[in-house]
Design a protein around this ligand. Structure first.
Ligand code: SKM
Length: 169
């Protein structure tokens, strides 16, 4: 029986808040890969992107995932790009049920208003929407490989948890 729940999806799809609530409900620990990386390397992701580049961040992300995949009874909220890395996903799937949270580009635009996400930072709304649409088109085929897909445009995080709990029964 697989014992981790792995949440994948675009930035702003609701993985962190849904994941925290789900972990509480299941009595599991909650891990956010972005936060785990920031803690391990004592650097904010936006600074890592700026100083060391995205490739270094992606290597660190893979190393973090390798470690997390060895543990059990966790809800793992993954960074928005993790689903596109086949080997990371293979590791996570060994002991994890994969659930994708999705949302339309306009919903993502509304939910990602702050500056902490380097791929969307320092852009006008129009430019951010264009980036979201382009990135989402590339990533959608990867998100579709999940065991369960939840559209979150009109759901609350608590409703997402209910949908997941029903699926796990
Ligand atoms: O993992 C972070 C980072 O900003 C990259 C990213 C992405 O590629 O969509 C999403 C964030 O969760």
């Amino acid at each position: 029986m697989k014992s981790n729940i792995v949440l994948i999806g675009f930035m702003g799809s609701g993985k962190s808040i849904t994941g925290k609530l789900l972990a509480y409900r299941l009595g599991y620990s909650f891990v956010d890969t972005d936060t785990a990386i920031e803690q391990e390397y004592k650097t904010k992701i936006k600074d890592m992107f700026a100083k060391e580049g995205e490739a270094v961040f992606r290597q660190r992300e893979t190393a973090t995932i390798q470690k997390l995949a060895q543990k059990s009874h966790q809800v793992i909220s993954t960074g928005g790009g993790v689903a596109t890395k086949e080997t990371d996903m293979q590791e996570l799937r060994k002991n994890g049920i994969v659930i994708a949270l999705t949302a339309m580009p306009h919903t993502i635009l509304k939910r990602t208003g702050n500056d902490k996400r380097p791929l969307l930072a320092k852009k006008s709304n129009e430019e951010r929407l264009k980036t979201i649409i382009e990135l989402m088109a590339k990533r959608a085929p990867f998100y579709k490989k999940a065991d369960l897909i939840i559209k979150t445009d009109d759901t609350t995080p608590l409703q997402n948890v209910e949908i997941i709990m029903k699926y796990l029964k």
